[in-house]
Design a protein around this ligand. Sequence first.
Ligand SMILES: *[C@@H]1O[C@H](CO)[C@@H](O)[C@H](O)[C@H]1NC(C)=O
Ligand SMILES: *[C@@H]1O[C@H](CO)[C@@H](O)[C@H](O)[C@H]1NC(C)=O
Ligand SMILES: *[C@@H]1O[C@H](CO)[C@@H](O)[C@H](O)[C@H]1NC(C)=O
Length: 425
Amino acid sequence: MMRMATFIVLLVALLSTIAPLPLEALNVRGHLLKSKTFLSPAFFLRPGSVSNKFYYDVPFPRGHLAFKSFNAEVVDENGVPVPLHETYLHHWVVEPYYALKNSTSADKQKLPKRIIARNSGVCKNTLGQYYGLGSETRHTATWVPDPYGIEIGNPAKPPEGYEEKWLINVHAIDTRGAIDKIGCTECKCDLYNITIDEYGRKIPKDYIGGLFCCYDETQCKVREGFNGELRKLFLRYTVTWLDWSDAVVPVKIYIFDVTDTSLPDGKSESACMVEYQVEECSPGNRAKNECIDVKVTKQMLPRGGDVVFGVAHQHSGGLGASIHGQDGRLLCASIPTYGNGEEAGNEENYIVGLSTCYPRPGSVKVSDGEVLTVVSNYSSDRQHTGVMGLLYILVAEQEQPAPKPALCFSFPVPWCLPSWLTNNM
Ligand SMILES: *[C@@H]1O[C@H](CO)[C@@H](O)[C@H](O)[C@H]1NC(C)=O
Ligand SMILES: *[C@@H]1O[C@H](CO)[C@@H](O)[C@H](O)[C@H]1NC(C)=O
Ligand SMILES: *[C@@H]1O[C@H](CO)[C@@H](O)[C@H](O)[C@H]1NC(C)=O
């Protein structure tokens, strides 16, 4: 009895010291969160140049794991974060793939060397990534809330003879000395003097800007006589994970794209164009102060469940994006933050963060085959090329097990043991 009392006094003392932490942090500690920071292979940029490279078999945590977050930013050789007005981070994406273990059998048996392991969503040929962000990367949460996790490294998943590896694509544009920084980041074809795309196809006359004009090794126009050194840069990324266990509830990744009009158009195959163009508003709308471009589409969610996380992706000019259920209810709205300074993470006129949605578990439900509405708003104060309107959501299919009854005491005041402690008892 005496020992129990001592134990409780100690525990109360302990709990009062950790009490200010949110419950989430307690859960995390209970589950032994692990974290590691890596560098991508180096890429090299000079003023105006573009790097859009795919790095296969990048350093990544190995084993059967629950992916909890992925944060990334561009740094220089000394590990110093580089601001967006010097190196604009158009995007990075991270995606698993299955690599053939024995490459000699590739030639003999005509097996593919790599099979991309896409997310569970909605676009068939594009946007297969697990995570992906752009300029907003420094202030956008990627944390998968407890008790959820993205399952990776399950040894049963790769086809026979293959193993899971990871690829990262980094698309960065150096705008030091650019005659039109925004134009370079929006990939305006005339600034790049591009008439033929990466694959040798002629670019249509009405295509003014976008990814077809700022592919790897292209060059945006820089002021005459501007000198800037060749820079060696890296994507520095931090992965956070837990070992996979029954305590983790798996979530599926779905990425919705406002440019996919296949469902409203009555077509059977999804057609996610990834990018679109915002036209400058008419003088009439400008007079009425209505320079907002609202783009809306509908896409079908294959499998329902609980929405546990949501975030949008937009480019400069973006005013926010949202996703709604079939009855119009709001599932998630995500609003950009613009910087107002010079330093990395606060660059004026760039989107430096997007707000995220963490619904109370079980409070936002979606059903199998539900038709969702995607909305993306941009300022049409001026024209924008190559903009994006994506909505990324995580959905837990499995019903959550009922929580164990809490272990509570009434002395000296009413209090309960945190669930991570009682669950391990
Ligand atoms: C790789 O595949 C080739 C051809 O299928 C086979 O002859 C060889 O034994 C394999 N090597 C290993 C290490 O499995
Ligand atoms: C633009 O490209 C064309 C050919 O593609 C080339 O002849 C011309 O010199 C280029 N102009 C500039 C300013 O680089
Ligand atoms: C988008 O714009 C429309 C029309 O102004 C507005 O009703 C809606 O709330 C906006 N959505 C977001 C996410 O900003």
